[in-house]
Design a protein around this ligand. Structure first.
Ligand code: ADP
Length: 631
């Protein structure tokens, strides 16, 4: 297709040239002066064109050959213009003969040939266009002066006898200069592209041809003069083509090649970025100002269930968001684009995937701006949190179920323990009655059985009492006011007064802080720990110290004793409900005291643990957050 059109263009060019040559020839037959004017004006216009292109494209040119030639040809055109105007018959600048135009012709050719000869010298050199201009202007002025004013320029044409030897010899010298310039050009051929060199050489060869033709003419209107002029036209045209090739076509080619290369690089860069985005485990999405998707990575396509081609270019809000939220999210997007709001770090919303199902995504947004700060698009990274969301919901439901069943259980324990007390009181009463009424008739064995039964009832009552306490420990309001722990300690000591006195226990304490807690539960906690410290005493009288220390936002309490201590293998389990190390014979207890302590501490948002060395006392630690908080 392209080849066809270039071939057509060539045909048209050949036709036009043919027509022009024929036209010029016919013109020369009709009026040689007209022919001369047309031909010379053509060369002058072309020479000016050479200058203009060389001058304006000098930035693109990697050598100074053409800018130099451009300036030289401008001045050559100037001399040629004078030559045309002074041509015999023009009667503008007229000495009436053929001498002046011939002198001007020779002068122009000298300038042209010497310029072509020295031009290759500027290939690797810096050119100062201003200097070259001044130099040529001076040379041309001198030449004009010697022809028109001083009349010292050698005669070139003498009426009736024809060309002078000076003119003829000059033409040979000029031809030699042209030929030498070809040799020089060849030497420097590495600076030129092949076809440009060919055009330059052809132009110079034609110029030589034209020169030789001019050595033959006898009359300025004869055939060899006409042939010389034709050759000159071709020569100028070829150099013009060379300069277009170098100054316009090549730079633009280069420009387009660079542009293509940059485009290629850009595409490669984009593909590389896409590759990086594709290995990412989250969706990447770019939405432009028109709300259309311009980029989506592999993970995004996976989540959405579409090919990227099915998503790119589509309106995100119309096609991929559930109808109920699309207009709201679109509004937010619009405000982001206009800068009315800044992107929030994180937000969640459902998207519509293939098949119409919804998936839940957590988004992070970044604005993509141009260098002036205008928002071009929004880059969002989306993480599919559908499964997490479901798991969270399941967990929430389970937690609620657990809370409910816990509450039910506590309620049950409360009612059950409350109701269990009744029959126990009855059994206890009847046992006591039995002992009183049948005192004389019972033998010692029966007395012992009754004692054991009463003892069992006591333990049962303690157990039920503890169960009640345990179930109560998790109930009630969850928000606490600040309480004074020293007061809670004093209350606990007061409750244990008899036990403390009987055992000769010494309880000391540091100044205790105020903490957000339930006062009754705090008292019960301290009472249980101090009670245990007395219960599990060694032979020496119990010495108990209560202290508290603030560490990283919480108070760490310690109840330290000099009791029997706990073996390390048991220490992890003593807070379990009903876990006891000592059987009933050894010490009184239900195995619930520490379980109740744990429940109380955890309800206050703290932890409880014990440190002990068997036989060397124990230390029970628990923490309570220092700041008021909602649990
Ligand atoms: P109980 O006191 O009713 O046995 P607890 O839950 O209060 O039940 O205590 C569980 C077990 O932890 C006790 O049986 C005892 O063996 C051990 N224990 C608790 N406090 C101490 C302590 N201060 N010194 C030594 N052992 C202790």
């Amino acid at each position: 297709m392209l080849e066809k059109s270039t071939r057509q263009n060539k045909h048209i060019a050949v036709f036009l040239w043919g027509a022009a040559i024929c036209g010029l020839y016919l013109t020369s037959l009709y009026n040689y002066l007209l022919f001369h004017v047309i031909v010379e004006m053509f060369s002058i216009v072309v020479a000016c064109g050479i200058f203009m292109i060389a001058w304006n494209s000098r930035r693109f040119l990697d050598n100074n050959y053409f800018p130099f030639i451009g300036i030289a040809y401008l001045f050559v055109a100037g001399i040629d213009l004078m030559h045309t105007l002074s041509y015999r018959g023009m009667e503008i600048i007229d000495d009436g003969g053929g001498n002046v135009p011939t002198q001007l012709w020779i002068a122009a050719r000298y300038v042209q040939s010497v310029s072509l000869l020295v031009a290759p010298l500027f290939l690797g050199r810096r050119l100062k266009p201003g200097h070259v201009f001044i130099f040529y202007a001076a040379v041309v002025l001198l030449l004009f002066g010697s022809i028109f004013y001083w009349k010292t320029f050698p005669d070139s044409y003498i009426e009736n006898s024809g060309l002078t030897p000076f003119k003829k010899i000059s033409e040979y010298i000029i031809s030699i200069l042209f030929a030498s310039s070809i040799v020089l050009l060849f030497k420097k051929r590495s600076h030129f592209e092949k076809n440009v060199l060919l055009l330059l050489v052809s132009s110079i060869v034609l110029t030589i041809g034209s020169e030789l033709a001019f050595t033959f003419y006898i009359d300025v209107y004869d055939f060899s003069n006409m042939a010389g002029h034709f050759l000159k036209v071709f020569a100028f045209y070829l150099i013009y083509k060379a300069i277009i090739q170098t100054g316009l076509i090549k730079p633009y080619d280069l420009l387009f090649r660079n542009l293509k290369q940059s485009e290629e690089n850009l595409r490669e860069e984009r593909d590389r970025v896409q590759k990086y985005l594709d290995v990412a485990g989250v969706m990447f999405l770019v939405i432009d100002r028109n709300q259309n998707v311009v980029l989506i990575n592999k993970k995004g396509c996976e989540i959405m269930g579409y090919d990227s081609a099915e998503i790119i270019g589509k309106n995100w809000f119309d096609n991929f968001l559930p109808g109920r939220i699309s207009s709201g999210v679109r509004d937010v997007f619009g405000k982001l684009m206009t800068g009315e709001i800044v992107p929030v770090e994180y937000f969640e919303n459902p998207v519509l995937v293939k098949g119409g199902k919804e998936r839940h995504l957590a988004w992070h947004n970044t604005l993509l701006k141009d260098e002036r700060g205008n928002v071009l698009a929004v880059l969002s990274s989306g993480e599919d949190i559908t499964e997490r969301k479901r798991a969270e919901e399941r967990l929430e439901r389970t937690m609620e179920d657990l809370k409910r069943s816990n509450a039910e259980l506590e309620q049950f324990a409360y009612i059950a323990s409350h109701d269990l007390k009744e029959p126990l009181v009855v059994v206890d009463g009847f046992l006591k009655l039995l002992r009183r009424r049948y005192k004389d008739r019972l033998d010692t064995d029966a007395e012992g059985f009754i004692d054991s039964a009463v003892e069992g009832i006591k333990r049962m009552q303690a157990l039920i009492g503890n169960l009640l306490e345990y179930s109560r420990a998790g109930r009630g309001s969850d928000s606490f006011g600040l309480i004074n722990c020293s007061e809670a300690l004093n209350n606990a000591i007061a409750n244990l007064k008899t036990l403390i006195e009987e055992s000769g226990t010494i309880v000391t304490s540091d100044a205790l802080p105020e903490v957000p807690a339930n006062p009754t539960q705090m008292t019960q906690l301290l009472q249980n720990l101090i009670g245990n410290a007395i219960k599990f005493r060694s032979k020496a009288p119990p010495v108990i110290h209560v202290s508290a220390e603030e560490r990283e936002g919480e108070w760490v309490f310690c109840v330290k004793d000099n009791g029997i201590g706990i073996e390390s293998r048991h220490i992890g389990r003593i807070f379990d409900i009903f876990y006891r190390l000592h059987r009933n014979g050894e010490s009184q207890g239900t195995g619930m005291g520490l379980a109740i302590c744990k429940k109380i501490v955890e309800r206050h948002g703290g932890r409880i643990w014990a440190e002990s060395e068997h036989g060397r006392g124990s230390a029970f630690y628990f923490t309570i957050p220092s700041r008021k908080r909602q649990i």
